[in-house]
Ligand binder design. Structure first.
Ligand SMILES: Nc1ncnc2c1ncn2[C@@H]1O[C@H](COP(=O)(O)OP(=O)(O)OP(=O)(O)O)[C@@H](O)[C@H]1O
Ligand SMILES: [Mg+2]
Length: 177
């Protein structure tokens, strides 16, 4: 049976590499802004903008991830808590980051935004910054359902948030590691 206990508190080790995982529109950036300092968050969209002046330029994805990986590695080298704000819905994307954390001997944890597809589709209609198409949302949602992160991937902890209310209400605390 799958346990469906509501998450009310996320206690992250500090330092840690924290992967946000969730389809486009699931609330990763909103959560990151609410709980972490701007320099603690490394965002794939921001890295796309840094190399291409456009957060949505998909042709800049490979370059953006080189920047994201480099910043993440340099931060972990200094043992700075780092949050990766990218969809991370497929295992092979996460594997690279889990390996990076391990190489720096820093624990890696995941915060998963597993919201219902209907909510994601509805949100996209009123989003102020960008309007991802339904096909992209469905693909991300399906990818995540196929491969929900587990501790077997190398995460010290995995927290799964399943509703907008849960994501808004959750508290984040830090514990010196
Ligand atoms: N907990 C929440 N409750 C209600 N609305 C939310 C919540 N979190 C995010 N939203 C809204 O959902 C939309 C998408 O949020 P956000 O930009 O954080 O998603 P994202 O996961 O970062 O998406 P992307 O992968 O496309 O960057 C925004 O309009 C935001 O205001
Ligand atoms: Mg975002």
């Amino acid at each position: 049976m799958i346990e469906r206990v509501q998450v009310t508190r996320i206690e992250v080790p500090d330092p840690a590499l924290i992967l946000l995982v969730g389809p486009t529109g699931a609330g990763k950036t909103t959560f990151a802004r609410a709980h972490f300092g701007s320099t603690e968050v490394v965002s794939s969209d921001r890295c796309r903008a840094l190399v291409a002046d456009d957060e949505n330029d998909q042709s800049a994805t490979a370059a953006a991830f080189r920047v994201l990986d480099l910043i993440t590695a340099l931060r972990l080298e200094r043992r700075r808590l780092t949050v990766v704000d990218a969809t991370n819905v497929q295992t092979f994307w996460r594997r690279r980051l889990v390996a990076l954390a391990r190489a720096h001997d820093v624990p890696c944890v995941a915060v998963v935004f597993d919201l219902p597809l209907e909510i994601l589709l509805e949100r996209a209609l009123t989003r102020p910054d960008r309007r991802p198409g339904p096909a992209v949302i469905r693909r991300h949602h399906a990818d995540l359902q196929r491969a929900l992160p587990t501790v077997n991937e190398g995460f010290l902890r995995v927290w799964v948030l399943r509703t907008a209310e849960e994501a808004s209400a959750v508290e984040v605390t830090r514990r010196s590691a």
